[in-house]
Design a protein around this ligand. Structure first.
Ligand code: IMP
Ligand code: MG
Length: 182
């Protein structure tokens, strides 16, 4: 009995090894770009958790971490554009260099709202690091400063990404089999 290898997943889009390689590379890039700085790495709960955990251990700098939880109104797989803060940051970000870590940049509604809100707290800088980028779905004028994989317009789960809060623990990114929805 294996859940990871079950027929819930139609196909694997990004393997565990590809994730590890891309995140190691991204960590090195951030380490170089932020040399001499102490960035605050802000994870967006809950989808960013595995990515965040792996990424911060590849950033060879004196960082701090914080988390935010936001949700779009409505429980659908389609983002509504209205964002609600469920958990705010614990610490002030005024004058700090912020890197927001997200699982996926889709329509851009969530991140454009978050960036706008965090800008009001006068950080020194804000950048976005996303694991996945679904470019063709973008509605808002927002782009990732760092992204690991550009993916097609398919609903994916695993490595933090969920369907009804499940599948976050898959060690890879996969496309959900349509029969799961029915
Ligand atoms: P956006 O606000 O449309 O950019 O959507 C961002 C959020 O929608 C992500 O943080 C995810 O929680 C969710 N999302 C978008 N596409 C997917 C997907 O393919 N699988 C799982 N969640 C997704
Ligand atoms: Mg999310």
């Amino acid at each position: 009995m294996s859940f990871f290898n079950s027929d819930h997943i139609a196909k694997v889009l990004v393997t565990e090894q590809q994730l590890e390689e891309a995140i190691t590379k991204l960590g090195a890039e951030i380490t170089k770009d932020y040399e001499g700085k102490k960035p605050v790495i802000v994870g967006v709960l809950k989808g960013s958790v595995p990515f965040m955990a792996d990424l911060i251990r590849k950033i060879d700098l004196q960082i701090t971490i914080d988390f935010m939880s936001v949700s779009s109104y409505g429980e659908d797989t389609v983002s509504s554009g209205v964002v609600k803060i469920l958990k705010d940051l614990d610490s002030s970000i005024t004058g700090k260099d912020i890197i927001i870590v997200e699982d996926i940049l889709d329509t851009g509604n969530t991140l454009s709202y978050m960036v706008e809100m965090l800008e009001q707290r006068k950080p020194n800088s804000i950048k976005i690091a996303t694991l996945l980028d679904k470019k063709e779905r973008r509605i808002k004028d927002i782009n990732a400063d760092y992204s690991c994989f550009v993916i097609p317009n398919e609903f994916v789960v695993g490595y933090g990404l969920d369907y009804n809060n499940e599948y976050r623990n898959l060690p890879f990114i996969g496309v959900l089999d349509p029969k799961v929805y029915s």
